[in-house]
Ligand binder design. Structure first.
Ligand code: AMP
Length: 597
């Protein structure tokens, strides 16, 4: 592998790269830098985000630009303001030791007068979004007559966003003699058309295989229903206590709703989309970069400019409308040599949409089960223990309090002490997930659950399942123990992993509920909770009367008592306050906010 020096860059640039920690060029840099420095040939580069493409086109421009000539020599177009700002900042970093080289970044949503002022002072390199660039050309504030390099970064995305006309205008404003550098992660026919119409005999380089996903990203899918999509998202976060992710949504509204729900549920999350002002967007991005936000819920467009290297996950809350965008999304993780996971939450119907994506990625999605409550609890528990183990003790600060603390806890054994400390953080987590349903069961059996098969029967949910060693005989025994009535008829029984259903003669519906409520039976030490499942024939609307300790999924169109919200036609379901308070105030691990004070 070559060094930056061998690629033809001067000492002052290499010094700046060393400051940035760039030791060796990436593959795309190795291929593009000498090509741009040594020839005037146009260049078509297949490069995804995360491959080092910004430096690949910027470094040769910084190398060759004439510092003594203040006219604009390079115009770099990028689809979003965030990406434009990022490129501008990178170029400033690369030219740190070239004080006369100026870069000006122009984009909408920010004062055009300021940008005009800056352009008047002169900038050899201008980075801009297409709309604002055209605006500045029209106002004659930006003159491109002396441009030597035109860069179209993320050309596919610019066309996706409908910037074809603006691209045409910018291209028309530049001289024939310029060198055009087109960087794109995908090459649909619209991008090929740009290359064909505006480039002369371009050289082609690639950072890997065309359109193929990064080798560092693995792809997983979880089967969900509309009802379990959000709970599944939360479980992905809960099973990954150190998650640092972008959650992609398709619309601004969906983005805001999911972010609001996550925040309400105590996660370190926020939204990034085009309805926010530039100041709000900058503030969210800054918090995300600093990891004050662990889950950024974003639209495709808003997240384009985000330059974060160490994302653990990309989560597709919904698949993008255009399959090419999946590649863009998943390319946000697995960058700069790190490993990443891209997760798609999909319904059964959407399964077929993965096939064309797999073809592009040349990789298969792995079907992964939505984590169970037990798995999450285990993961969180050991995360907590690791934290305890690695916590540094500030001797001098706590020294004065220790004698009285020791005295107070004197009577406790080591084991008791450990149990108590762990329980402070962990009890509520356990109780939150205690009766949580297996979301994988819901996805496969959704249509058959929660409905009585017999009009004379009422179908009940019970918060016990196979995992509690419940079987039909034991369930019948439990029902009989409640003395509901001598002649009560028990209908079909459905035992699932963590909860079950049974039918009772409709005439005994009230007695059944009342008996369980009065007797408050327990089964192998667990409080038993039953409730009527809503049927499509109209027993819906009945209120839950069981104890508050139970949980489980209550059939179609009903909220779960686990505190996991369900989607309803009006948006998100309402949360049970008791659960909410437990979660937000006590949960330590994961992406949830830490308690203050
Ligand atoms: P990009 O594909 O331009 O978005 O770059 C992805 C990330 O890789 C950015 O954070 C860059 O700072 C980083 N990067 C680019 N080139 C190098 C290099 N040669 N060595 C180390 N990091 C790099």
């Amino acid at each position: 592998m070559s060094t930056f020096l061998e690629l033809g860059l001067k000492e002052s640039i290499i010094k700046a790269l060393t400051d940035l920690g760039y030791e060796k060029p990436t593959l795309i840099q190795e291929k593009s830098i000498p090509k741009i420095i040594d020839s005037n040939q146009d260049l078509k580069a297949f490069a995804q985000t995360g491959t080092g493409k910004t430096a690949a086109f910027s470094l040769p421009i910084v190398e060759l630009a004439d510092e003594n000539d203040l006219s604009t020599q390079a115009i770099i177009l990028s689809p979003t303001r965030e990406l434009a700002v990022q490129i501008g900042k990178n170029i400033e970093d690369f030219s740190k030791y070239l004080p006369s080289l100026k870069v000006c970044t122009v984009y909408g949503g920010s004062s055009i007068e300021q940008q005009i002022k800056q352009l008047k002072k002169g900038a050899q390199i201008v980075v801009g979004t297409p709309g604002r660039t055209v605006d500045l050309i029209r106002r004659r504030a930006l003159k491109l007559g002396k441009v030597k390099w035109l860069v179209l970064d993320e050309a596919d995305e610019m066309l996706n966003m409908g910037f074809k006309e603006e691209l045409d205008k910018v291209l028309e404003a530049t001289p024939e003699s310029k060198q055009t550098l087109l960087f794109s992660a995908t090459f649909p026919k619209e991008v090929e058309a740009i290359a064909k119409n505006y480039m002369t005999d371009p050289a082609e380089i690639s950072s890997g295989q065309k359109n193929q996903g990064s080798d560092n990203v693995s792809h997983e899918y979880y089967l969900v229903t509309e009802k379990t999509r959000y709970p599944a998202l939360k479980r992905v976060a809960d099973i990954n206590p150190n998650i640092y992710a972008i959650v992609f949504c398709r619309t601004r509204r969906e983005t805001q709703e999911i972010a609001d729900s996550l925040m309400k549920d105590g996660y370190n999350a926020d939204a990034l989309h085009g309805d926010l002002s530039q100041i709000q967007r900058d503030s969210v991005m800054e918090k995300f970069r600093k990891k004050n936000i662990q889950m950024l819920v974003a639209t495709d467009v808003a997240a384009r400019g985000l330059d974060v290297d160490n994302l653990t996950h990309v989560i597709n809350h919904k698949l993008p409308d255009q399959i090419e965008n999946y590649n863009h999304r998943s390319g946000r993780t697995g960058r700069a040599g790190n490993k990443g996971v891209s997760i798609a939450l999909i319904s059964r119907k959407e399964r077929s949409r993965l096939t064309p994506i797999e073809r592009i990625l040349k990789k298969k999605f792995v079907h992964t089960s939505v984590p169970t409550g037990k798995e999450i609890c285990e993961k969180q528990l050991f995360h907590l223990i690791d934290k305890v183990e690695n916590t540094e003790v500030n001797d001098s600060e706590i020294k004065t309090y220790l004698p009285s603390i020791y005295e107070k806890l004197e009577g406790l054994s080591r084991e008791e002490l450990i149990q108590k400390f762990v329980s402070i953080e962990f009890n509520s987590f356990l109780s939150y997930y205690e009766n949580a349903p297996d979301l994988n069961n819901l996805t496969t059996k959704e249509n058959s659950r929660g409905r009585s098969t017999n009009d004379n029967m009422t179908r009940f949910f019970i918060n016990l399942g196979r995992k509690d060693r419940l079987n039909p005989a034991k369930l019948i025994g439990l029902i009989n123990e409640q003395n509901i009535g001598d002649k009560v008829e028990i209908g079909s029984i459905d035992i699932l992993d963590t909860f079950s259903f049974f039918e009772i003669d409709k005439n005994y519906e009230g007695e059944t509920l009342a008996s369980f409520e009065i007797n408050r039976p327990d089964f192998n030490g667990r409080n038993v909770n039953i409730e009527i499942t809503k049927t499509d024939r109209g027993s819906g609307g009945r209120r839950r009367r069981g104890s508050s300790s139970g949980g489980g999924f209550k059939g179609r169109n009903r909220k779960k008592s686990t505190g996991e919200k369900s989607f309803s036609s009006k948006g998100f379901g309402r949360k049970r306050e008791d659960r909410k308070n437990k979660r937000t105030s006590s949960v330590e691990g994961g992406s949830r906010k830490r308690r203050r004070g």
